[in-house]
Design a protein around this ligand. Structure first.
Ligand code: AMP
Ligand code: GLY
Length: 461
């Protein structure tokens, strides 16, 4: 079975590994020269991952049987539609269904139309005057969201990245006037407070098979401070839940994803691929922050290594619409993943710095290593501006997985940053306490949001 993989990050290294272990002959289209992926691939095409015609022609010439699309940009460009024209089906939705990630407005409207739980109140604004009016007249803080893809840099939060109302107006005006996120509109969402988690699911158009829940860490520095990043690391618990997440809440988030998949189907599209739900657990229950049309990065590394099934089989169940017969199972293990990033990542990353990796040392320590956006030049591994290497520990408990991850980290040398606090007891305890306080209603979220709901937002249901 020949599989085309699109993308060259650590998420794609984990996907490549799962395909390879399942017996696939791997061909890869990626921009950077990921050394881990190259090692297990038969052939590769160096390209921009949005060159969908070129990739489709190449895959056709190489007689790929199916494709797995790792990242969002080619999905946005319509790669699954293009590959299908050449007879190659994809794990990754076609353009119409991928709108769940590509248009935050499509998703919010869809949830509203089908009365799906987890909705967030919002204003849609396309006039600068209206933007000013709403922000100046309100006592509340908003989250400002461009509609389309912005490489994770579009969402800005009042009270965090936008410190004054003037900052918020200026940013909103910029988004509207420069069509950041491919639209001359912006969404002002109610600002939620709570704990975030990710639920990734395999989806075949109709059936939904969930994976263990994961929590990512977006802030660059220990203690959850500093700029937002693509994600500095993540953990999962052996029972598939999280220290602050109950089985009931997990099931509720799955139910939301199932309803969204059904709603997409009712709209006339079929969602086939990975659906990533980003949820926030608030004082008033679960809220959907966003959906992504692919695995999370780093969250992919927490779940795919635990998959007991042959991954190629799972891919074909997704493509054929038969996931209900797949009997998907994950090992009951905890995981901790920490990203090695270039020094200064998130602010001013140092590029072309050498990282020295003792792969055998990592292996022997029981850890796993997934190369990300790192380049191999003349036998040297050099940093780029993006994340460099994901290191994963797997064990019975988060605590043990964290220790394995830290031991494995010691086999990588060089000038890099890493968030050592991820998966450590102190941070986990803090999250649990935060959630307990929110549940007890000690924090602003519940009563304030209720006031907001009754005053200035559109009624959604
Ligand atoms: P997104 O790009 O939609 O994932 O947003 C980036 C981050 O912004 C999320 O991971 C959240 O931490 C935060 N965020 C997004 N929407 C909201 C919201 N309505 N309230 C509070 N925080 C939010
Ligand atoms: N970890 C966040 C993302 O993959 O979008």
């Amino acid at each position: 079975m020949k599989a085309l993989l699109v993308g060259g990050g650590a998420r794609e290294h984990a996907i490549a590994d799962a395909l390879f272990r399942s017996g696939a002959e791997l061909i890869v289209a990626m921009y950077n020269q990921n050394p881990g992926i190259l090692k297990i691939s038969k052939e590769w095409l160096q390209c921009n991952e949005t060159e969908i015609n070129r990739i489709a022609h190449w895959a056709c010439e190489k007689k790929a049987d199916f494709a797995v699309i790792g990242l969002e940009d080619p999905l946005d460009a319509g790669i699954s539609d293009e590959l299908l024209k050449h007879g190659i089906p994809s794990v990754g939705p076609q353009k119409n269904a991928a709108k769940l990630e590509m248009s935050k407005l499509f998703t919010r409207n869809l949830m509203q139309k089908y009365n799906i739980p987890g909705q967030v109140q919002f204003h849609l604004v396309s006039e600068v005057d209206e933007l000013k009016k709403i922000i100046l007249a309100s006592d509340e803080e908003f989250v400002l969201k461009p509609i389309g893809l912005t490489a994770g840099k579009g969402v800005k939060i009042m009270g965090e990245q936008l410190l004054t109302k003037e900052d918020a107006i200026k940013y909103g005006q910029l988004v509207i006037e420069q069509a950041i996120g491919k639209s001359n509109s912006i969404m002002l969402e109610e600002k939620l407070e709570g704990e975030e988690f990710t639920l990734q699911c395999f989806v075949d158009g109709t059936h939904v098979a969930p994976m263990p829940a994961v929590q990512d860490h977006k802030r660059a520095f220990a203690g959850d401070v500093g700029p937002n990043t693509g994600g500095m690391g993540s953990y999962s618990q052996a029972d598939g839940l999280l220290p602050f997440l109950s089985a009931k809440e997990y099931r509720e988030s799955l139910r939301i994803i199932e309803q969204v998949v059904l709603a997409v189907k009712r709209e006339g599209y079929e969602y086939k691929g990975i659906l990533y739900g980003q949820f926030m657990l608030t004082g008033r229950g679960l809220r959907v922050i966003e959906f992504n049309a692919r695995f999370g990065d780093p969250e992919c590394m927490n779940v795919l290594p635990l998959l007991k099934n042959n991954f190629i089989d799972v891919c074909w169940h997704i493509i054929n619409g038969s996931l209900d017969k797949a009997n998907i199972e994950f090992m009951k293990k905890a995981t901790v993943c920490k990203y090695i990033v270039p020094k200064g990542y998130g602010v001013n990353p140092l590029i072309d710095k050498e990282l020295m990796v003792d792969e055998a040392g990592v292996d022997n320590s029981g850890g796993r290593l997934y190369y990300a956006k790192i380049n191999e030049k003349k036998g040297k591994l050099l940093t780029t501006k993006s994340r460099s290497i994901g290191i994963l520990g797997i064990a019975d408990t988060i605590e043990e997985a964290e220790i394995i991850c830290e031991n494995a980290l010691s086999f990588v040398r060089g000038d890099f940053d890493v968030r050592h606090d991820i998966g450590k007891k102190a941070l986990l305890d803090r999250r649990v306490k935060h959630m307990e306080e929110i549940r007890k209603g000690m924090l602003r979220s519940s009563h304030l949001s209720q006031q907001i709901a009754s005053s200035q937002f559109y009624a959604l249901s």
